[in-house]
Design a protein around this ligand. Structure first.
Ligand SMILES: *Cc1c(COP(=O)(O)O)cnc(C)c1O
Length: 415
């Protein structure tokens, strides 16, 4: 039996740290490891760099096989120095689920099984553990819901005070779960980047650590484990194409970084990288527009709206990194209508028994569209990311009822 406690001992014996430094993702300027950092001097995300030669000499990928499943098995590729600072709520290995009814070859990586119901758990487990290690006592972030829930959960578990700002139309369950998990949560009359501005403005008065997407270097390292885990699950052979519901893009950038690190370590069976596909909603598609325009940066998307709350991100600070990953990988960006997202959610639930969140359903809608447009082939092995549970969102009404005192014609119940 494995019991999860703080200062978890499960992983202590495997712990080794190979971080050499942090690096500005724009200029390459280096910053010391094991210190608290936000953005680089030029206002861009910082990326963690490792001594992969030393790591490769110290361990083989086969050493992983005896370890418990989940993101912490890749500790050598993570920035945490001491296992004692690890804050965990049971980040399991998420399953790959094949969609049987479709004519293509499709696997869904179902991240909704993670603590707090979304893959934000990976990023925030990492960021909060690092914050604890580096002595942070107060963290703040803007959120469309799931990141805030994960920050609240891991933050409270670490004994760190958390402040969360979300758009006032964030799914109701998200706001309430954040509050129930002990964070100070505020509804703001604006979108996520407006909330982000408040986090920045409150820094001096509140002395909180800004945990916004890509404004600190460690959430991406947690999200990176999706790529490591996917590679290992597929026998160290990456799929042909990955469809990722893209908001701030942490997961897409993180996976692309993971694949590069695995390639450099020589852990992959071949050198075939997957094509990375950014999926957005037509009501908020800044990355799709920038990709189609051949631009290196995206412009702010005005009047952003979509049922897929997790990808309603009008401004992404890592836009240039997302676009670079799409282009380097030979991938593309694609937008889907809300009506197609809803139809996709229903179709997959009906035919495969898998209830995808709207963002995950968007990747399925995008896959179908990409097949239609000849952007992918039927025999390409495609992986779709279902990043959060559908259960936090409003669902179509189901309001038929029976009068148990009346005459029930049971033969009509199937209509
Ligand atoms: C946050 C979120 C996304 C977008 O993730 P990024 O890595 O920030 O692009 C997609 N789906 C769900 C359910 C989310 O919570």
């Amino acid at each position: 039996m494995t019991v999860l406690s703080n200062a978890d001992q499960t992983f202590t014996s495997q712990w080794q740290n190979f971080v050499t430094h942090l690096e500005c993702s724009q200029t390459g300027e280096t910053y010391p490891a094991h210190e608290l950092h936000g953005l680089s001097k030029t206002g861009k995300p910082l990326l963690v760099r490792y001594d992969l030669a030393a790591l490769g000499a110290a361990m083989a990928r086969e050493d992983l096989t005896t370890r418990p499943g989940g993101m912490w098995r890749y500790s050598e590729l993570l920035p945490l120095r001491s296992a004692e600072n690890l804050i965990s709520l049971g980040e399991i290995e998420t399953p790959l689920i094949e969609l049987g009814s479709n004519d293509g070859t499709v696997l869904v990586k179902d991240e909704s099984r993670l603590p707090t119901g979304s893959f934000k758990a990976r990023g925030l487990a990492m960021a909060v553990s690092m914050a604890k290690e580096l002595g942070v006592t107060r963290m703040a972030m803007p959120t469309n819901g799931n990141a805030g829930a994960a920050l609240a959960a891991y933050g409270q578990r670490a004994g760190i005070e958390t402040f969360v700002f979300c758009p006032d139309d964030t799914p109701e369950i998200n706001v309430r779960e954040i509050a129930l998990q002990g964070a100070q949560v505020w509804r703001v009359n604006g979108l996520i980047h407006h909330c982000g501005r408040l986090v920045g403005e409150g820094k001096t008065a509140m002395n909180w650590f800004d945990t916004s997407t890509l404004k600190e270097p460690y959430r991406i390292e947690g999200k990176k484990t999706m790529g490591l885990e996917l590679a290992e699950q597929l026998g160290w052979q990456l799929p042909d194409v990955i469809f990722y519901p893209t908001g701030g893009g942490t997961g897409l950038i993180g996976m692309w970084k993971a694949f590069a690190e695995l390639a450099e370590l020589g852990w992959l069976e071949n050198d075939k990288m997957p094509r990375m596909v950014a999926v957005q909603a037509t009501g908020c598609a800044p990355i799709v527009k920038a990709f189609d325009d051949g631009a290196t940066h995206a412009e702010e998307w005005l009047d952003a709206h979509t049922v897929a709350a997790g990808i309603r991100v009008p401004v992404a600070i890592g836009d240039f990194l997302i676009l670079a990953a799409l282009r380097e990988s030979g991938g593309f960006a694609i937008a889907v209508e809300d009506s197609d997202i809803q139809a996709a959610q229903r179709d997959v639930a009906h035919s495969d028994g898998l209830l995808m969140g709207p963002e995950g359903a968007a990747t399925y809608a995008a896959y179908v569209q990409a097949l239609d447009r000849g952007l992918v082939n039927r025999d390409d092995r495609a992986v779709l990311f279902n990043c959060g549970t559908a259960l936090k969102y409003p669902m179509p009404a189901a309001d038929r009822s029976l009068d148990r005192h009346g005459n029930i014609d049971f033969t009509k119940l199937g209509n």
